[in-house]
Design a protein around this ligand. Structure first.
Ligand code: ADP
Ligand code: MG
Length: 240
């Protein structure tokens, strides 16, 4: 994205954001609450409009006034997203949550979609829950279903917005493990998280956002151990 600017009314939420993500890269975004992390992620998959700049994603270019429905459709097909609040379909079984989009959007045959869902649920360690409903699962299990559901579309980019913030502490590990595994397999991803140990371990690059601006970015060792900017130092001192 080039010089992306986003306003909510008079609030200037993203300021001249330049961000290039290379295939296979794991980018972790950190910053205080209200700094614009979610808005940034939501811009990347077309959930939010922006007022200036441009954004290239999934072979499409989004501009302030050039948001064709077709481009948005393609981006949503090729960019997976996992939210803080799992956002599963409550009236569908785990398996149907995972097969719905491939069948409806991609036109995958039902048997193929089910086979793929079974494989994905195995991969995130919950194949035995396939016939349950979301409300019958723990938060950690629900989030792993959400991950499997996103992966079922075979996205080329995955976005995570605080995927463990709504979880009880004992369930954070199982979700981070699944994301870590995906990173190891080479998935391109942007992860907003407050889990700094995880960030240090999986990130190729950490970006610190302060009031809608990228204050500092770099490899985790550099950003965590030798932050250059006072704001970054202050932020890290508060949370570490
Ligand atoms: P973060 O994810 O870093 O906590 P957000 O991107 O959610 O921050 O929010 C950035 C700023 O934009 C905050 O001041 C927030 O109140 C504001 N904001 C977010 N969404 C909206 C919205 N839909 N309408 C108006 N203001 C919003
Ligand atoms: Mg947020």
């Amino acid at each position: 994205m080039q010089k992306l600017n986003k306003h909510f009314g008079s609030l200037h939420v993203l300021k001249d954001i330049d961000l290039e993500i290379v295939p296979g890269e794991v980018v972790v975004v950190i910053g205080a609450s209200g700094s614009g992390k979610s808005t940034l992620i939501r811009c990347i998959n077309g959930l939010e409009e922006f007022q200036q700049g441009s954004l290239d994603v999934a072979d499409k270019t989004l501009r302030p006034h050039g948001r064709g429905e077709q481009a948005l459709q393609q981006i949503r097909t090729e960019v997976g997203m996992v939210f803080q609040q799992f956002n599963l379909f409550p009236h569908l079984s785990v398996r149907d949550n995972v097969t719905l989009a491939p069948i409806k959007v991609r036109g995958t045959g039902r048997q193929d979609a089910i086979r793929n869902a079974t494989r994905l649920l195995e991969r995130v360690g919950i194949e035995d829950q396939a016939h349950k409903y979301p409300s019958q699962l723990s938060g950690g299990q629900q989030q792993r279903v959400a991950l499997a559901r996103a992966l079922a579309m075979e996205p080329r980019l995955m976005l995570f917005d605080e995927p463990t913030s709504a979880l009880d502490p004992e369930m954070i590990g199982e979700v981070l493990d699944a994301i870590r595994e995906l990173a190891r397999e080479g998935m391109t991803m942007v992860v907003v998280t407050h889990e700094m140990g995880f960030a240090r371990e999986v990130a190729d690059r950490v970006i610190y956002i302060h009031q809608g601006e990228i204050t500092e970015q770099g490899p985790p060792e550099q950003l965590f151990d030798a932050p250059q900017h006072e704001r970054t130092q202050n932020f890290l001192a508060r949370i570490l």
